[in-house]
Structure formats: structure tokens, C-alpha cells
Design a protein around this ligand. Structure first.
Ligand code: FES
Length: 899
């Protein structure tokens, strides 16, 4: 059924035929091309689709298109051409990262601002006023701190005049809704692809008949996505896909696909998979197991569904002996126990998406990816194409957090469908697909034992980790426990327990928050037993000079000095303060080349990396601009296209550590070329300009008068003669490159010298009656060397802290262990932190220690999140005397623990 409606959108009248099952957001995006309005949750929870209807902000995903008849709609594109004060304030406060939630926030904030100003003038709203006004909006990147500041600033009239400078170079296109993400791409003749997924956790597919689907009016192609084994191993596994003229037709056609399954016994979850009679997930085909790791897979034995252990041992037998003896003696300095964590889903706001098109045997794919260059290589391999015939474009990416590093099935589906249909095909996952099958941080069980001493370092450490990555393998949790607290006897064992659930994927600091949850609480417990200040104990156990200074700084914080003694409080509400430390490896990608050049008198920098909200675009603009005494806005940044020279994948906090040194090297070469091109004699250059025999010239003038010229440079090696406060990575090689490995032909990673460090101090309040924990403030000390783009680095750390709070308190994917169905199907069920959950966050950067790295700094995206949940756990212990051992710290667990 359809009906004609008349609407005015952004001042333009439209008469449109709409179906009665169409939502307002679909009409705005797909019919009118107003893609600034984003579809994220589809159930009115996140606010990304907010538009003004007759001046009132409404979630357009819940609004039937027919309800728009006779109404006036304003979308984000309807503001302008001048920026609204709210937009200016968002730009100035860096109140965005990936930008996918930004238009919804901006529209709602403009409505609030205009109302506030008409009623209250330039009185500044409180933090609570703003939180209440924006409570219906979510941001997965955690840009809330900047958002609150921006709205307060705008209401106070601080941005009524001219446009402010933008710390993030693409901020303007994001606050105006003009940034085009993969899910927004629309090409002539484009079809919509929908995937048919397995309803079974384990089954053999006996028959797959696509004819009935192909016969549906409007269907242009249907493809089989199964491999030659014809077995599905989890609910939601991709079976087939259909492309049709619109999504609704494709969905109807998918229903018509005939599939005959032979259902097989399934093992859902770790417990079932470890059972002696459990059905085997892989029988002789273990190489098919996908990897949940960011690095290489190390060989390990299999026993049934258990792969492992992969181990790191240093006098492992001695560790076992010492711990057994301590157990027998009842040594109070032996801390041991089992800690558990839950599956945390990445939940990037832009879903996995691909728009593929073939032209004369060449493939162009817009993809929401963290790895444009690497993905082009993977696609070329998978489809047996010369690499020069594959182009991957990722101009703006709406978050990833580790879930978009590889060639995944929605990309394969779009490419196959586009080839079969001879037309461009877009495949965009729905939110349920995103939450169910697109990746998660594997839950784990850790048995940890550490033996402390009354003076000196740890005596022994043992960690045995079992991770549940579904059908995937490659967890590395226990292994990460060797990097902070050295001990003479260590045994670290990692196991994967494969089972019939979707594959886990790397997620921001893969394995590290899980390891920290157990290790940092065990160290806290040791301090309690020793009667020692937990920070003082860490200073005794951890030799890293950077973290030593972070501990010292944390000891001086008022929040730390004012904490109560553990377990002495009474009453319903109790406050606690906890600390935890984290580290992350310094890694960079060797095969990266950056081009810096002048074209038409304007400076540009180019490499095939991408910006998923972390700020790599701005880092390049800042670094290159600074080297020529220019503003970042004076530099054109060309990224997000695999046709550029090879650039790094955005994973493992390697992007900044890779692109900055290469960019600086290219800058040095370009400066020399400019001098030569201008024929300047006796030239001496610095960051402001060139002094030469006939006078001096600024870089701005030199660039304007230079001919088109470019310089390229690979990522140079580090300077190992430089002083290095960070020292070698604990437990690894002595100097120089600690480790190098090639990830297929397209990527060689190197673990550099020195590891980054963080110390988080969290203050919380516990409602002992309802079991709720509220984080009041987090002070994060971060040591990752010189900060390339300070405002953006701060934003990223805020986001890391907020995701860590989510991991600690709320986030848990739930599945039915009988049939493998993921039950947390939407953002209503899967709770991520909202604006009201955000504490006061103080970020302190310690900027030395990486002088051996050209540019002086390395990445910090993972570092900022690793220790947060553990610090909250320790704060709960400090407040109540009860130690949480299972994540998330849910109200029911807390109430049960206290009783
Ligand atoms: Fe809010 Fe990325 S900036 S979801």
C-alpha cells in the first residue's frame, strides 16, 4: 500500500509516493538524498536520526513516512549556509570523532539552544541541563565531554560570531551532515543487497535454491555465499544474498530462498564446548577457523574444541612450585582466584557496509573499513584480480574499534552481487546483524595466581586464560600479563575454546582490558593484604620509568589522598577510589609511504590510510602544516583511497606511529626540492621559512611560487642512539626492533622499543541498596610520547575512558545457550554509556620517553581504555570491601556480593 504525501523539507516542497511501512528516515535518506540524517539503532534509542518536524526534534526512524504529510521538516542540511552557533561550538570543542552521531546531536542541540536563548538569553546552562536535553542521544566514540562543553558555550553566546579554528580538519563537513560515509553512497542504478543468514548454530546445507528469489519482481541477482564445505557453524552465518531495486524487495526475496538444512548438534559457549562429549566445531578443518587476533596466529595444539595453550613461560615450573608451596603454607601474600569478563560488542555507529561496482573487469568498492590498502590487497587475492584493478574507498568511516580490519562477508556479498547483477550494489548491515555477527571482544575466564613479597618485586605469577571467541581462535590475554610486573618465575597460558557462536574480533587493545581486570585487581588485593598503599606497591613492583612518574603523580591527586580506608563505610551510598595501570605495545607498520607535495600553489599530503574518527586526517594536516609554519587548514589531506601510496591499517594504535615519521621524512625531502626549484643559493631552512643568499622567504610564499613538485618517503626506522626513557619492552628483546612480522604480502609490522603506559584513578559511588555504581571522576595519566594533535588525542582518551566504563558496568552481549541466538538485538538491550553516565575526566599526557621515534610520539587509542574497568573494580572494593570478579559489575551481582 502506498499513498502520496506533501511535505516541505528544508524549505522545499515535495510530493512523494510512500509505502505505509516506510519510515521518515528512509524517505529522507533514500528518496531525497538527505544522508546527513543517520540510521543507527532503528528503534528510537540513539537519536542519530533526529530531525525537526514543525520545529520539534523527533526520531525519524520511528516516524512513519505517512505521518509527515502536510508537515515541515528540517534536517541537518537545512541549517546554513552559515554555521549555527551550536555547529561552531561543536567544531571548536572537538565535540565529535567519527561524526556518525553528530548530525542528530547537532539538530537536537540547536532546538535546545534556540529555546534556551529565547527564554534565558545568554545564561549558561548547567552540565545537568545539557545532559537532560540530550539524554536521548548516544555516541559510541564517547565524544560527550566536548558535546556538553559545546552546548554550554553556544547557549552562553560564546560562538555567536565568526567561525572558530577547527582542531579536526573535517569537522565542518561532519557538523553540517555533508560528510559521506559508505552507508550514504548512492550511485546511478544502485541496487540494495540483503543477506540470508543461518537460523541454525550447526548444520549441513543439503540444498540451496535461489530460483524463487530470482523470480521476484525487482530482483537483479542472487548469490550463494557458502564455501565448498556447505556447513554453517553459528546462527547468523551468511548463506546467500540477494540484490534488488530496493531493500524491501530484497528482504522479501530473501524469504523466498529455499534452504534445506541437516541440523547437527551444537556446542554453545565455553562450558558446553569443553564438555567431554561436546560436538566438535572443526573436524580436520581447523585452518578454516577465523582469527580474532590483530597479529599473527602462533601455532598451538588442539584438544577437542580447545586450542592451546600458547604460552609464555620464564621458569614456568618454578612458578608452579612456588605457588603450590605458598598454597600449602597458606601464605597470605598469595593472591589467587578466577575472574570472568563478558562479550563487549564494538557497536560502531556506522554499520559494516560496502558499495561495490565493476567496470570493465575492475572493481571499485566503497567500504566502511579500518584498512583501505590492506583490504584492496585481500580483495585482489580473494577474487584473483591484479591489485591495480581493485580500488577501495573509505572517505569517512563511522567508527570501527577493531571490527572492520578484514575482508568480511558483507563485502564479499556486495562484490559478488554487483558482478552478477552488472550494477552497483550496496550492502549495509542492520543493527541486529551488527550486534549479533559483526564482532565482539571475546569473553574470558582467567585463573590468576600471584605471589607478592614484603619488599622487592613479585616472586611468581601464573595466569591461565580461556577465551570464548566463538568459531574464531587467536586470543592473547594471559600473554599480556608479562609486561608490567616482572617476576623471576612466570607461567602464562592462553587457550581458545571454540564453540558454535559467531567469531570474536580484535577490539581496542585486544586482550588487554581482560588481562587488566584480573591482574590489576590481584595487585590491589596484594596491597590490601600487605597493608600497603596500592600506588606505592605498584611503584615497588613496576620498574617502568614512565609509569613510575605516573604513579607518583597519581599519589599527589586530591582524589587519591582523600580516599577512605577500605570497607569501613556504612550506609546506603558509599564512595570508593581505585587505581589500575595499563600498557600497550608500540607498534608501527613498515610498509607505509607518505607523499607530500605542492599542486597549484597548495600543499597536500597523501597516503592510503583512513580516519575512522581517531583523527589521522588531522594528525597529517597538523604535522605537515607545522613543518611549513602553516595552519592545518592550509594542507589538503588525501586519504581514504587505496589508490594512494600504501598507508597503514588503523589498528593496534599504529597509525600515528607510522604516518608521522613517514610524513616528516617526506616533508624534509620536499623542503629540499622547493629550495632547489626556486634556485635559492646558500639556503638554510627551518619551520618558518628559508634564509638564503639574497634574503629570506616564508614557506607560505615559497609554496605559492613553487612549481608542482612532490616528495615521497617510507616510514623510516627509529633512532636507537637517542635517549629513551621508555626502555625496551619488558620481557622482550634488548634494543632496536623488538619483533617484526609480516601479515601476508601487504603488511609488515614492527614492534618498536618502549611501551606506552597509563595509570587510571577512578572515584565511584555505590548505591548499596540498588546495586548501582556511578563513576564520578576518572583521572587518567597517559604516557605515549609527544602528542601530535592534542585536542584530538584528548578526545580519543575521553572516548577510551567512557568505553572502559561501559565495559566495567554495562556492556554484555547476551545469547541463548540452547540455540545460539544473540538476544541483545538492539541498542535498547545492549547498553552502551550515555551522556548521563559520563564522569568528570581529567587527562594528563606525559610527553617524553619516545625520543627515538621520529616525531617523538606513538599511538594511544587502546591505552586509554585498558585499565578503566579494573580501576572501577578496585574502587568498588575500596567503597564496600567486596571485590567484584565478574564483568560487568551489574546491580544484581553487587547486591548479591554485599549480602
Ligand atoms: Fe559519536 Fe562516533 S562521534 S558515534
Amino acid at each position: 500500500m502506498s499513498e502520496q504525501i506533501g511535505i516541505s523539507v528544508n524549505g522545499q516542497a515535495h510530493e512523494i509516493d510512500v509505502r505505509d511501512d516506510e519510515s521518515a528516515v528512509e524517505v529522507l535518506r533514500e528518496r531525497l538524498g538527505l544522508t546527513g540524517t543517520k540510521l543507527v539503532c532503528g528503534e528510537g534509542v540513539c537519536g542519530a536520526c533526529t530531525v525537526l518536524v514543525d520545529g520539534v526534534p523527533l526520531a525519524s526512524c520511528l516516524l512513519p513516512a505517512t505521518a509527515l504529510d502536510g508537515r515541515t521538516v528540517t534536517t541537518i542540511e537545512g541549517f546554513g549556509p552559515e554555521l549555527h552557533p551550536v555547529q561552531r561550538a561543536f567544531v571548536a570543542n572537538d565535540a565529535l570523532q567519527c561524526g556518525y552521531c553528530t548530525p542528530g546531536f547537532v539538530v537536537e542541540a540547536i532546538a535546545f539552544h534556540d529555546r534556551w536563548r529565547s527564554e534565558r538569553g545568554t545564561e549558561e546552562p548547567t552540565r545537568e541541563d545539557v545532559i537532560a536535553a540530550l539524554a536521548g542521544h548516544l555516541c559510541r566514540c564517547g565524544a560527550y565531554v566536548g558535546i556538553i562543553a559545546a552546548v554550554r558555550d553556544a547557549c552562553a553566546g560564546r560562538f555567536d560570531a565568526a567561525d572558530p579554528p577547527a582542531p579536526r580538519v573535517e569537522a565542518r563537513v561532519k557538523v553540517t551532515g555533508r560528510a559521506i560515509y559508505t552507508a550514504d553512497v548512492r550511485q546511478d542504478g544502485q541496487l540494495e543487497g540483503v543477506i540470508l543468514r543461518s537460523p541454525h548454530a550447526h548444520a549441513r546445507v543439503l540444498l540451496l535454491d535461489l530460483d524463487a528469489a530470482r523470480a521476484v519482481d525487482g530482483v537483479r541477482a542472487a548469490v550463494d555465499l557458502l564455501d565448498d564445505e556447505r556447513v554453517v557453524r553459528y546462527v547468523g552465518q551468511e548463506v546467500a544474498a540477494v540484490a534488488a531495486v530496493d531493500r524491501s524487495t530484497a528482504e522479501q526475496a530473501v524469504e523466498r530462498i529455499a534452504v534445506e538444512y541437516d541440523s547437527l548438534p551444537a556446542a554453545i559457549g565455553m562450558e558446553a564446548a569443553r564438555d567431554s562429549g561436546a560436538p566438535q566445531v572443526y573436524t580436520g578443518l581447523r585452518r578454516r577457523a577465523p582469527s580474532s587476533a590483530e597479529g599473527p596466529l602462533f601455532p598451538a595444539r588442539w584438544r577437542g574444541n580447545v586450542r592451546g595453550p600458547s604460552s609464555f613461560s620464564k621458569r614456568g615450573r618454578a612458578a608452579r612450585r612456588l605457588l603450590t608451596q605458598a598454597r600449602a603454607d597458606g601464605d597470605p601474600l598469595l593472591v589467587e582466584g578466577r575472574w570472568r569478563t563478558a562479550a563487549q560488542v564494538h557497536t560502531a555507529f556506522e554499520p559494516h557496509a560496502c558499495v561495490a561496482r565493476w567496470d570493465d573487469g575492475s572493481l571499485q568498492a566503497h567500504v566502511s573499513t579500518q584498512a583501505a590498502a590492506h583490504l584492496a590487497h585481500q580483495i585482489a587475492e580473494r577474487f584473483e584480480l591484479p591489485e591495480e584493478r581493485v580500488r577501495v574507498i573509505a572517505e569517512h568511516v563511522g567508527g570501527g574499534f577493531g571490527a572492520k580490519l578484514a575482508l568480511t562477508q558483507e563485502i564479499v556479498a556486495a562484490i559478488e552481487l554487483a558482478r552478477a547483477a552488472r550494477a552497483p550494489v550496496r550492502v549495509v548491515l542492520g543493527r541486529h546483524e551488527e550486534l549479533a555477527v559483526a564482532g565482539y571482544r571475546p569473553p574470558a575466564e582467567l585463573d590468576l595466581a600471584l605471589l607478592a613479597s614484603r619488599s622487592g618485586g613479585l616472586r611468581a605469577l601464573s595466569v591461565r586464560a580461556h577465551a570464548d571467541s566463538g568459531v574464531a581462535v587467536g586470543s592473547s590475554i594471559a600473554a599480556l600479563c608479562r609486561f608490567i610486573y616482572p617476576a623471576p618465575a612466570i607461567e602464562l597460558l592462553d587457550h581458545d575454546v571454540v564453540n558454535h557462536m559467531p567469531p570474536g574480533k580484535p577490539f581496542r587493545g585486544p586482550g588487554a582490558p581482560v588481562a587488566a581486570w584480573a591482574l590489576e585487581q590481584a595487585v590491589d588485593e596484594a596491597a590490601h593484604r600487605l597493608g600497603e598503599d596500592p600506588l606505592a606497591l605498584r611503584r615497588r613492583l613496576d620498574p617502568d620509568p614512565l609509569r613510575q612518574r605516573l604513579y607518583e603523580r597519581a599519589q599527589g591527586l586530591d582524589v587519591w589522598r582523600g580516599r577512605s580506608q577500605t570497607g569501613l563505610q556504612s550506609g546506603r551510598f558509599r564512595r570508593g577510589v581505585g587505581v589500575a595501570a595499563g600498557n600497550w605495545v608500540y607498534v608501527y607498520q613498515l610498509d607505509c609511504t607518505v607523499e607530500v607535495g605542492i599542486e597549484g600553489g597548495r600543499l597536500f599530503v597523501a597516503t592510503a590510510t583512513q580516519d575512522m574518527g581517531t583523527g589521522s586526517r588531522s594528525v597529517l594536516a597538523d604535522v605537515v602544516g607545522r613543518a611549513f609554519g602553516l595552519e592545518s587548514a592550509d594542507v589538503e589531506v588525501r586519504i581514504g583511497d587505496s589508490r594512494q601510496l600504501r598507508g597503514p591499517t588503523s589498528g593496534g594504535s599504529r597509525t600515528t606511529a607510522t604516518i608521522v615519521p613517514a610524513a616528516l621524512e617526506a616533508v624534509a625531502r620536499l623542503r629540499a626540492q622547493i629550495v632547489q626549484a626556486l634556485g635559492l643559493r646558500d639556503a638554510r631552512e627551518d619551520d618558518t621559512g628559508i634564509r638564503h643568499a639574497a634574503g629570506s622567504i616564508s614557506w607560505k610564499e615559497a609554496i605559492a611560487s613553487a612549481p608542482d613538485v612532490t616528495a615521497v618517503a617510507d616510514r623510516p626506522g627509529d633512532d636507537h642512539t637517542a635517549s629513551n626513557a621508555a626502555g625496551p619492552l619488558a620481557g622482550a628483546g634488548p634494543a632496536g626492533a623488538v619483533m617484526r612480522w609480516a601479515m601476508r604480502r601487504s603488511m609488515t609490522l614492527e614492534v618498536g622499543r618502549g611501551s606506552t603506559g597509563a595509570v587510571h584513578v577512578s572515584e565511584i559511588e555505590v548505591d548499596t541498596m540498588l546495586g548501582k555504581v556511578r563513576v564520578l571522576r576518572v583521572a587518567a595519566g597517559v604516557a605515549a610520547g609527544r602528542i601530535a594533535a592534542p585536542a584530538l588525542a584528548r578526545s580519543q582518551c575521553y572516548g577510551g575512558v567512557i568505553q572502559g566504563i561501559g565495559y566495567g558496568l554495562y556492556e554484555q552481549r547476551q545469547a541463548d545457550t540452547r540455540d545460539g541466538l544473540v538476544l541483545t538485538a538492539g541498542l535498547e538491550d545492549y547498553r552502551i554509556p550515555g551522556i548521563g553516565d559520563v564522569p568528570e575526566i581529567d587527562i594528563h599526557f606525559m610527553e617524553d620517553g619516545f625520543e627515538h621515534v621520529p616525531g617523538g610520539g606513538v599511538g594511544l587509542g587502546e591505552l586509554s581504555t585498558i585499565a578503566v574497568a579494573a580501576s572501577v573494580g578496585n574502587a568498588v572494593y575500596n567503597a564496600t570491601g567486596w571485590r567484584p570478579r565478574e564483568l560487568p559489575i551489574r546491580p544484581d551481582r553487587l547486591v548479591a556480593g554485599l549480602s
